[in-house]
Write a protein that binds this ligand. Sequence first.
Ligand SMILES: NC(=O)c1ccc[n+]([C@@H]2O[C@H](COP(=O)([O-])OP(=O)(O)OC[C@H]3O[C@@H](n4cnc5c(N)ncnc54)[C@H](OP(=O)(O)O)[C@@H]3O)[C@@H](O)[C@H]2O)c1
Length: 272
Amino acid sequence: MREVLVIGATGTTGSRVATGLAERGVSTRRATRTPRAPGQVRFEWTDPGTHRPALTGVDAVYLIAPIGVADPVPLVEPLLHEAVESGVRRVVLLGFSALNEETPGWGALPGLVRTVSPEWTVLRPSWFMNNFTGDHPVADGVRAGEIVTATGSGRIGFVDAGDIAAVAVRALTDERPHDTDHLITGPRALGYDEAAAIITEVTGRPVAHRAVEARELVARLSDYPPEYAAFLAGLDVAIADGAEDRVTDTVARVTGRPARDFRAFVSTELAG
Ligand SMILES: NC(=O)c1ccc[n+]([C@@H]2O[C@H](COP(=O)([O-])OP(=O)(O)OC[C@H]3O[C@@H](n4cnc5c(N)ncnc54)[C@H](OP(=O)(O)O)[C@@H]3O)[C@@H](O)[C@H]2O)c1
């Protein structure tokens, strides 16, 4: 492996992927719209002029599709072809367990990566534990003492972004390409009621979960475009119906170490 381009290298998973690659001694090119540090390269999905320079000399790409667009295919498909033309052999796509291949737009990305890239992996993580920290409506809820969702008592196999990154690093660097989808979860599924109870117990700060109807959630997500708010509420309804109530052994199987538990995540990232 000569060099890996990490798209979204300043983000939740990409920053951890870049660090994991560097720890393995793999040369890493960190893509960002605003490069400020050595090792970073300017990359803007909507500016094709930034794509070829970012791709030249690279053998593998960690690919996060453009955030916040309804249909990423018109941006991702040409980039994939350009990558392969410029010598990229392997693409590791960050997908999402909640999306299937019938989902318009986003659902087409795994099929594209499989057909265009000679070697490929599709990561399909469940919901991130990291949504409980940082810039996310769930984290806003933690800070306010009340997480509001339309998930009812549905359970989720929350996974730590560090574990997703560890799987990605193996998929990028293992000599044999994985050429498969990895459904990635944490070690157990829990509902927001239980998650809130764990946060309360571990941090000593009271946090509750309030389950609302999808309509109310859409109204609360008024900072987002209405269609996107409706899409997010729909994902919650699917969780309420049991879509994310599952656990896989992918992290342990691929990385050789167990996936991080939610309680351990809260102790490290939220307590203190
Ligand atoms: N949160 C969850 O529970 C969850 C669960 C499963 C899957 N996912 C998937 O995870 C993905 C997000 O990944 P993440 O959390 O690692 O990323 P993130 O923290 O949201 O960061 C986004 C990254 O994308 C870059 N970026 C944004 N717009 C860009 C543009 N126009 N051109 C080039 N780069 C751009 C940003 O870089 P700069 O700002 O530095 O340019 C940043 O590094 C989403 O596709 C989501 O579907 C999320």
